[in-house]
Design a protein around this ligand. Structure first.
Ligand code: C2E
Ligand code: MG
Ligand code: MG
Length: 399
């Protein structure tokens, strides 16, 4: 299905496509009509080619409608806009969970079209956002924290040069008696808004440190990263709590990284600096999480000494496809390196991301390519599999 207000382009593209293979081509040149009848028009289409700049209804509006109807075919953009504009539009379409195969410039070129057709025919189902997120209420969340229903999953972090496991990040999950494992996006914002986050954080630290002590006792030399929110970092007792918790579990501060999200760095700046400095004086490492995704990034780096910078997955995954992302990525790495921080990239989702990070001065990588967050008990088995993959796929330098 080609949706483009320029009938000449529709005809040209249709003819070129027909030379590529036996396609059933349909088109609509009236954007408003296309929008009104979108489910009938694209319901059975394997791919939609979409002009992003049409009067009355632009590509952005189509993305929203396609996502809302759960369209699972391929989407290709077709446009005369500058490459940078096209690129940001591609990202937007992807952020809607659409399966974006690529973009074609006007007038279309045969080689670009061939590439796009190939991408569409190798298309995989898009990752869908879970339907209608469930939102708990505060009383239910507080009950769950007290009942120990908030548990940790652990995601591995590995050194890019050697490929060896360096640490894990503890990520909260709600093991809900009826709903199963609920992801943090459904309850952390409520915990932060209601103040229940203080209790939640404490429960996560207790579990993470107990797990770390158990792994260390088995001889696993790894570090543990734990997330703290602004509420925790404005609590004058927080550093004391973390120290005490570590001592009780026989965990050394040097094994611990406290991750602070930028959006979490919004509280009283003096209080934040005080609590963070206290953690650092006690030898806990501080990491600036989701770097690049938020605001006042640079001023926080000016005011607090961080040991680690974690580049947000929005800048890591597919950074090699975009000169803009690559520039932001490289600048973040350079900034981290210049400030003496360890540079970690999150969102390493495939081999290209892995190699990109390795070639761009990143020390540690975390992401689905390496391993998804897992139950603590599964880590030794994950490690065995990973070591095998390292060898088989020649992932480490010099391998
Ligand atoms: P975060 O600290 O930046 O954690 C990384 C998130 O990225 C995790 O999502 C992880 O599953 C996801 N992720 C891992 N690899 C990839 C990848 O290759 N690609 C992509 N696109 N994503 C990847 P999760 O577990 O859903 O956590 C989301 C956020 O919730 C965390 O982001 C953190 O900000 C917050 N959070 C989780 N646990 C806690 C906690 O105990 N306390 C606080 N305050 N916040 C938490
Ligand atoms: Mg984190
Ligand atoms: Mg992050």
């Amino acid at each position: 299905m080609i949706i483009d207000d320029d009938p000449l382009m529709v005809r040209l593209l249709g003819l070129m496509l027909q030379r590529q293979g036996d396609f059933d081509i349909a088109s609509e040149s009236r954007p408003q009509v296309a929008l009104e009848h979108l489910p009938e028009l694209v319901g059975t289409a394997d791919a939609v080619v979409l002009d992003i700049n049409m009067p009355g209804a632009d590509g952005m509006e189509f993305f929203r409608h396609l996502a809302a109807m759960g369209y699972s075919g391929c989407v290709a953009l077709f446009s005369g806009e500058a490459p940078a504009v096209l690129e940001s539009t591609l990202q937007l379409a992807r952020s809607h969970g659409l399966h974006v195969a690529g973009a074609l410039c006007k007038p279309p070129r045969v080689d670009e079209l061939q590439q796009l057709v190939r991408a569409c025919s190798h298309g995989t189902a898009p990752v869908r956002q879970p339907a209608a997120a469930w939102l708990p209420d505060e009383a239910e969340l507080r009950r769950a924290i007290a009942a120990g229903e908030i548990v940790c999953a652990y995601q591995p972090k590995v050194a890019l040069a050697s490929g060896l496991l360096a640490g894990v990040e503890a990520l909260a999950r709600w093991r809900h008696p009826q709903r199963g494992l609920v992801s943090p996006g459904s309850f952390i914002p409520l915990a932060e808004a209601s103040g229940a986050i203080g209790e939640l954080t404490r429960s996560v630290f207790e579990q993470a440190f107990a797990q770390l002590a158990a792994w260390r006792a088995q001889g696993l030399q790894l570090s543990m990263s734990v997330n703290a929110s602004a509420h925790d970092l404005c609590d004058l007792q927080f550093a004391e709590f973390v120290s005490d918790c570590a001592q009780r579990h026989r965990v050394l501060p040097e094994w611990v990284v406290v991750e602070v999200t930028e959006s979490g760095l919004g509280g009283d700046p003096r209080l934040l600096v005080e609590v963070m400095s206290r953690l650092r004086l006690r030898r806990f490492a501080l990491s600036i999480d989701d770097f690049g995704n938020g605001y006042s990034t640079l001023s926080k780096l000016r005011d607090v000494v961080f040991d680690e910078i974690k580049i947000d997955h929005g800048f890591t995954h597919a950074a090699h496809e975009s000169l803009r992302h690559e520039a932001i990525f490289d600048t973040s790495v350079a900034l981290g390196t210049r400030l003496g921080m360890r540079v970690v990239a999150e969102g390493v989702e495939d081999r290209l991301d892995w190699e990109f990070c390795r070639n761009h001065g990143v020390e540690l990588a975390q992401g689905y390519f390496i391993g998804r967050p897992i139950d603590g008990a599964e880590l030794p088995a994950w490690r065995e599999r990973w070591l095998q993959r390292l060898g088989e796929q020649k992932l480490a330098l010099g391998a």
